[in-house]
Structure formats: C-alpha cells, structure tokens
Ligand binder design. Structure first.
Ligand SMILES: C[C@@](CO)(OP(=O)(O)O)[C@H](O)COP(=O)(O)OP(=O)(O)OC[C@H]1O[C@@H](n2ccc(N)nc2=O)[C@H](O)[C@@H]1O
Ligand SMILES: Nc1ncnc2c1ncn2[C@@H]1O[C@H](COP(=O)(O)OP(=O)(O)O)[C@@H](O)[C@H]1O
Length: 337
C-alpha cells in the first residue's frame, strides 16, 4: 500500500492461538511432524511497534516481558531482518527498533513468539513501504521462520496442514468463550513435547496414521454449538505435555469440576484452555479458578479474532487515527480504512 509520507512508526496488534484439534502424524525426514490442526485465534494480544533507528534492537514490556529474549534470537527481530533481506534490490530499508508489549504467555503453547514475528512482518512491510511484497511472499517468509507464523497473519479459525504452515480458513460463524490458565512458573519446549509424543507412541507400539482433521470438530464448528465443540476438542500432544508437566492433569480436572464445558492443553502446552458457554460462565470460572484452582495467570478471551492487524500508523508529527477495525475478522494482512 502507498502511504505518501514516510512512516515514523507502525503498531500492529496480534493475537495468540489455541489448537481446537491437533492431529500429529509420523515424524518426517526433515525432523518435523506432518500435522492436521484447527487453529483458533483468541483475543489475548501482543502489541508490536516498529520505528526507524540507528541500529537493530528489540525492547519488551508487559506481564511476560521478562521471559522474552532481547538478543538476536528474538523472533520479531529475526522476522524483520529476514524481510529486509527479501525486500528486493531497489527498496531501501533502515534498521528498526522493535517494541513488544507482551501479554501472550511465553513458551506456553499459544505461539506468542510466532505472533510477534507475524506482527513484525506486517509492521515492517508498512513502515518500509514495501507495497511490492505481496501476501504470498510474506507468507513464504513467515513459513521459513516457523510453522505457526503463517496462521498468525490470517487469524480466525483455520486448518493447518503440512507442518502447520499451510493454512486454509474454516468458515465458522459465531463466537466461542474461553478461560485460559497459564500455570505459575510453567513452560514447555515445543521440540521436547513432540519428542515425548514420539517416545510415548514408540513405548505403546502404536502405528501412527496420517493426520486428519476431526470431522466431529468441523461439524461442531459449522453449527457453533459450544457443547458439541467441547466434546470434539482433541490434542495429540496433550498426553506428552502432561507426561512432562504432570500438574497439568490437576489444572484440567479443576476447570472441569468448576463448570468448564470442555478443556484441553493448548498446542504443546502448558497453557490450558477451558471452553465455556458465555461471558458470564467465563467470569464464574475465572473467579472459581482464582479461588480454588492451581496457582496461575487466568485470562478470559473470545475467538475467533483476526490475525496481525495495523492499529496505529504515525506518519507525521501528530498521531493518526487507527486505520483498521481490529475487532472485525479480515483477510490476510492489514485492511486499510
Ligand atoms: C505445537 C504447535 C501447534 O500449533 O504450536 P505451539 O504449541 O508450539 O505454539 C506447533 O506445531 C509448533 O509450531 P512452531 O512453534 O512454529 O514450531 P517450529 O518453530 O516450526 O518448530 C520447532 C520444533 O518443533 C518441532 N515440530 C514443529 C512443527 C511440526 N509440525 N513438527 C515438529 O516436530 C520440531 O522439533 C521443530 O524443530
Ligand atoms: N518475541 C518472542 N516472544 C516470545 N518468545 C520468543 C520470542 N522470540 C523468541 N522467543 C523464544 O521462543 C520460545 C518459544 O516461545 P513461544 O512462541 O512463546 O512459545 P510456544 O512455542 O510454546 O508457542 C521461547 O522460549 C522464547 O525463548
């Protein structure tokens, strides 16, 4: 898109995700597992702001800020630098300072690092005026950096296949209400959870079939019937996550006892997602968990919500109004108002 004036800063809001279904196939030769997953973006957001600077840097604030690396390994910084390399010969780009306001649990199975990477791609494309970088190229760059990143460009509810990087939107109407629980001091490494899943399967001597989307879950989403969705929630990584972090079993049981319609570990965990029927039920469950559940951070959220969206673009001395309606699910990439 053409901005006319040089942008001084661009702010992008990006959601975390849960996996409503996660079917994990056999280990591939490249070290990844073939997947069929149903991603679902929820209203727990990080905010990523980029602005031109003398040198590349990243600064992180917010409740999870202290757990995020600010060195060269930060995924938002990696994403920005990768886009800078892929910009094409004529486009000139300056280094950027990246500010992340971190609300998505770190190493929690909600793809927070991937979310920041997706946000950095959308923000830098806008800041640098890379109108020629089409969504397809942005998706390619995203996929090269992490399996979950392309989904965070889309948001909504979508099937992920391949290693998770191939994303197809699911037509689902209505809203689901969630209570998210992130246990105090808990974190799990994604590769370790996949490895534990392989180990448990080998130990049980099970033949691993090709992954496929759950028909029951797809049907429940078409009807958007909360109880049907609750019954169809499934995650092949849950057993492995609980094996590595046994306290998760207690958290899952506590939420169900306190009235959740359904419960599952989000992706590789350890965040637990509880499905409830309404905002009132979400408040009741949050209060119940805070009073009687295991210690952790408790957040209410709804889904689906759109992926990485520009919410503020400062191109002159005065801040401009938000350019998008961040609550309206939209197509891939920013929607210019
Ligand atoms: C499990 C999931 C479910 O959505 O998310 P999280 O729970 O981590 O957020 C994803 O598959 C995580 O995706 P992401 O975190 O982007 O993983 P990547 O950086 O691509 O890969 C990190 C490592 O995870 C393992 N991996 C990842 C994806 C996949 N399909 N098979 C794998 O075996 C590999 O060991 C890989 O080296
Ligand atoms: N911007 C970032 N936000 C969060 N984690 C990041 C970021 N950049 C790099 N990381 C690293 O990525 C790892 C995975 O974090 P995250 O994406 O939050 O979890 P998950 O893979 O479970 O969804 C963390 O251990 C952290 O060190």
């Amino acid at each position: 898109m053409t901005t006319g004036t040089q942008a001084h800063s661009v702010t992008v809001r990006v959601p975390g995700k849960i996996n409503l279904g996660l079917s994990v196939g056999p280990l591939r030769e490249d070290g990844y597992h073939e997947l069929s997953t149903i991603y679902h973006a929820v209203s727990l957001y990080d905010t990523v702001t980029v602005q031109p600077a003398e040198r590349w840097s990243v600064h992180v604030t917010g409740p999870w800020g202290e757990r995020v690396p600010t060195d060269e390994s930060n995924l938002a910084l990696v994403a920005a630098k990768t886009l800078a390399k892929r910009r094409g010969r004529r486009a000139k780009v300056d280094p950027v300072r990246i500010d992340i306001d971190k609300h998505i649990p770190v190493a929690g199975g909600m793809a927070g690092g991937s979310a920041d990477a997706a946000a950095a791609l959308v923000a830098c494309r806008e800041l640098w005026g890379l109108d020629h970088v089409e969504n397809d190229l942005l998706e390619l760059v995203a996929a090269s950096l992490g399996s979950d990143i392309p989904f965070l460009l889309h948001g909504g509810t979508a099937i992920g296949s391949g290693r998770g990087e191939q994303v197809t939107p699911v037509l689902a109407r209505g809203e689901l209400h969630w209570v998210l629980w992130a246990g105090e001091g808990l974190s799990l490494s994604t590769p370790e959870v996949y490895a534990e899943c392989d180990r448990l399967r080998e130990e049980a001597g099970v033949e691993v079939p090709a992954p496929e989307p759950s028909g029951a879950l797809m049907a429940a989403l078409r009807r958007m019937d909360t109880d049907e969705v609750a019954d169809a929630l499934c995650n092949d990584l849950q057993e492995a996550a609980v094996s590595l972090q046994p306290s998760l079993a207690e958290a899952l049981a506590a939420g169900l006892d306190l009235g959740a319609r359904g419960a599952l570990v989000s992706g590789s965990g350890p965040t637990v997602a509880f499905l409830v029927g309404s905002q009132t039920e979400a408040i009741d469950l949050s209060v119940g968990l805070a009073a009687n559940g295991p210690t952790g951070d408790i957040v209410r959220a709804v889904g689906p919500v759109p992926g990485a969206q520009i919410v503020h673009h400062r191109s002159g001395p005065e801040p401009t109004r938000p350019r998008t309606d961040p609550d309206r699910p939209g197509p891939l990439g920013p929607v210019v108002g």
